[in-house]
Structures are given as structure tokens and as C-alpha cells.
Design a protein. Sequence first.
Length: 253
Amino acid sequence: MGENSGRRLVCGAHTSIATSTLCDREFESRRSVQEVATWAKGLRVLAGCRGSYRARCATASTLALDELAMTNVDYLFKLRLVVARVGEMDLAQWWNTNGQLGTLGAAVLRRGFPRTYRFAQARSVFAVASRRCRDLYHSDGLVSLWELPALVEDDFEERWQEWIDDSAGWERTFQAIEQCSASLEQELLRLDLVSPLHVAEVGKLRRAAEGRVVLLPGQFTGSNDDLAMLALAFSRGEVGLPAVPCQRWSANE
């Protein structure tokens, strides 16, 4: 395969979506004293929740979102990377990118973006996966792995420049993502991003809306448990037939 055809196969029309502002944007993460205090309060609340995931959801759903822990966006990034890679056409065939987060994608993008190519890979596949999931199922009052509350998404966006600046620290993660198989459950366990307890809980979930959605119990709180379930529950889909995990979220933004 020639260089140009390889570039078309891997990058397609979506690469421009991912890279147009990636190298130029600079962000700063700022947290007020009040926000930090809220975060600490949230950690204490979650620490008191025991039992199964469903039991913790029942406890958390009685509390306002801003009383719970702020989302761990590094963890969210890793979850999105694994789901994005597994869902590509050369693996589970859930969205229309082909090996962009694999070794071929790295080889192609490294030429044009030697410092930021890893994050260009991620940004591109995230955009395609998000669009695909939204087309499959979208409802007001629900969140998915690709469409979280605005405050969470803002935090996620503000970390991109920090991640790029620490690209060497993320290299091992990206290399591990390149080795993913089509089994999402297996890969999330291999990378220590979910636990056997999460796997057991996801096994109880069923698809709805003609197989296009998997509804998680409780209300989204931003906890690691919620993020893990929103990622792992993609495993309820089949090769070529994705099912989008969603969770209720009704707090005012």
C-alpha cells in the first residue's frame, strides 16, 4: 500500500476535525477554594457508600451533583482511549475509523505531527465515536461516555494541553492501546481500568430501544464507578452492532 492510500485509509476525512487547533490551544486549570471544598465533601460522601454499584447509585442519587466528587479526567481519558480503539473498524466495528489508534495510524500521523500525533489520533477517533453514538441514541436527561455534563467536558478540554506537555508520560498508555483486541471487557481489565465487580454488574444490564442503548441504574454523579460502567457497558453490544450505555442526569447545569 502506498503512503497516500495508507493515509486515506487511516485518517479519512476526520483528521482535520481532530487537529485544526490541537497544537495552538493553551489551557489553565483553575479551581476556586469553594470548588475544592465541594470536591473534598464529595469524596467523604462517596467513601460512606458501601455495597453494590446499584446500592451506591441509590445513595448518590439523593444528592446534588455538585456535592459529589469532581470527575477524574485522567481516568476518563484512559477509558475513552480504550473504548475508542476497540470500537474501530479493524476490531469491534462500532464507528467508521480504521486503525487510527493502532500502529498504522501512529505511523501516518507521526510524520505530520511529531510532537502531538498521539493526541491527534485520539481527538479524531473521539469525534467520530461521539457522532456515531449520538446518531444511534440521544435523549435529553441522559449522559454517555462521549457526552457528559458541560462541567465535566470543560474540565476534560482544559487538560489537553497538560497531557500534550506530558506526552512522554502518556506514551506507555498509547502503546498499550495499540495492542487492544476486539474484547472491550478483556482490555479494560488488562489495563486495570475496571474491576471484576464492574464486570459482574454490567452482566446484569440489558439492551433497550431495539438494542441501541444500555441504561445504567441511578443518576450520574461523576464518580469513577459511573465512568467505568459507562465505558464497560459498551461490551453489551456486538461486533458491528454497538449499544450506547447511558445514565440519567437531571441536575441543572
